[in-house]
Design a protein around this ligand. Structure first.
Ligand code: MLT
Length: 386
């Protein structure tokens, strides 16, 4: 039988990090000692208290059945309370939906709003989930919003073509930003609200990195903090990066009630909810860790990475947030040539800027989810390539 994929599936490239992971596996099977500065997947374990909370919850058989709805009431309340404490925003627990990390929520959201041929505004460079898993898999047409260094990696809203703006159903924004590490301020978010109102575009703010910041007095903000945002948008968050819980698949969607309800309807028909024991571990995390447990370690590691790269002639500046360093590849290299050379000859894994879109050409991304001594080792190996 001829197996024919749908046009939507055919239209998307393989998930960039799955591709890199296959390459890593092949090199490791050849016995290579790789330093992995590729995917942003915390190497540090989930804190013991969260693991114990999960252990208690999993031993309670009431958690074993279909979770079915938008989430446990206590989980949704804990999320609403955390948002109030952290961002000062008031959300009703009924406007919170438990998700399988933020990726699932942002992709499934497109199923609720994007009809075939509809336009979706996506950042470029940007997390591949927005253009591929969300937009193209729903039959939409991604319209790129270039994130340029000279604009602080914020999209220039005035440069969006008027017909694209009018036709767009959704706009994805993501600050603190993956891959550039940039942050957004209230002035930018207010402009986004104005744009959304004028063009009737739903704003999807992806916020998984809000707790990975380097200046404790100047923490990243939520889109929903600005007036009007709740009318036009939704935010997605994740336990993955804050609490080293990538494998647990837990996140949250919250904001405009009608938009949250649409996501809930999609999810009810697809995944039947998040395992309740995982939600209970999430409540423990939210109520017991006032900041990301690895924050101070990441701060040191980012300093180490920036210094080590500067030392070998790669110009790099510490970002305000995220665990990513975004830097230009050396002269004469493309993103792909540099990253492939570094992987094959130095056994160091980086992510090419082009994994995040065409405007990522000329850049690479290094993640600090490896210990400091391995980061220094990586820089030494890259230096010795020359
Ligand atoms: C990244 O490295 O950009 C992300 O952590 C990958 C992901 O969330 O799938």
């Amino acid at each position: 039988m001829k197996i024919e994929y749908s046009n939507n599936l055919k239209s998307i490239p393989p998930y960039a990090f799955a591709e890199i992971s296959r390459k890593k596996k092949a090199l490791r099977e050849k016995g290579k000692d790789l330093v992995d500065l590729g995917i942003g997947d915390p190497d540090l374990p989930t804190p013991k208290g969260i693991v114990s909370a999960m252990s208690d919850a999993i031993n309670d058989s009431s958690t074993h059945r279909y979770p079915m709805d938008a989430g446990r009431p206590d989980f949704r309340q804990a999320w609403a309370d955390w948002c109030k404490k952290r961002f000062g925003i008031s959300i009703s627990a009924s406007d919170v939906q438990a998700t399988l990390g933020s990726k699932e929520g942002l992709c499934n959201l497109a199923r609720a709003f994007v009809n075939p041929g509809d336009k979706v505004l996506v950042p470029d460079p940007g997390y591949p989930g927005y253009a591929n898993g969300a937009c193209l898999l729903s039959g939409g047409i991604p319209v790129k919003m270039p994130l340029l260094e000279e604009n602080g990696y914020l999209p220039d809203l005035s440069a969006i073509n008027a017909s694209d703006a009018k036709d767009a159903k959704l706009m994805y924004i993501n600050y603190p930003n993956n891959p550039t590490g940039a942050v957004a301020d209230k002035a930018f978010y207010s402009d986004v609200v104005d744009f959304a109102e004028e063009n009737e575009v739903i704003i999807v703010s992806d916020l998984p990195y809000s707790e990975i910041y380097f200046d404790k007095k100047n923490k990243p903000i939520s889109f929903l903090e600005v007036p009007g945002a709740m009318d036009v948008g939704i935010e997605l968050h994740s336990f993955s990066k804050t609490y080293n819980m990538t494998g647990w698949r837990l996140g949250s969607a919250y904001g405009n009630p009608e938009i949250v309800a649409a996501l809930s309807k999609v999810k009810e028909n697809i995944d039947s909810g998040v395992f309740e024991a995982v939600q209970m571990a999430g409540i423990y995390a939210l109520t017991n860790y006032p900041e990301a447990p690895a924050l101070d370690e990441y701060n040191k590691r980012m300093d180490t990475l920036v210094a080590a790269f500067n030392d070998i002639g790669i110009e790099a500046k510490k970002p305000p947030a995220t665990f990513y360093l975004w830097a230009k590849v050396p002269a004469g290299e493309t993103s792909a040539s540099f990253v492939n050379k570094v992987m094959e000859a130095a056994n160091v894994v980086l992510t090419p800027g082009t994994a995040f879109g065409e405007y990522g050409e000329g850049y690479f991304r290094a993640s600090i989810t490896s210990p400091s001594e391995r980061i220094i080792e990586a820089a030494e190996r890259i230096r010795n390539l020359k």
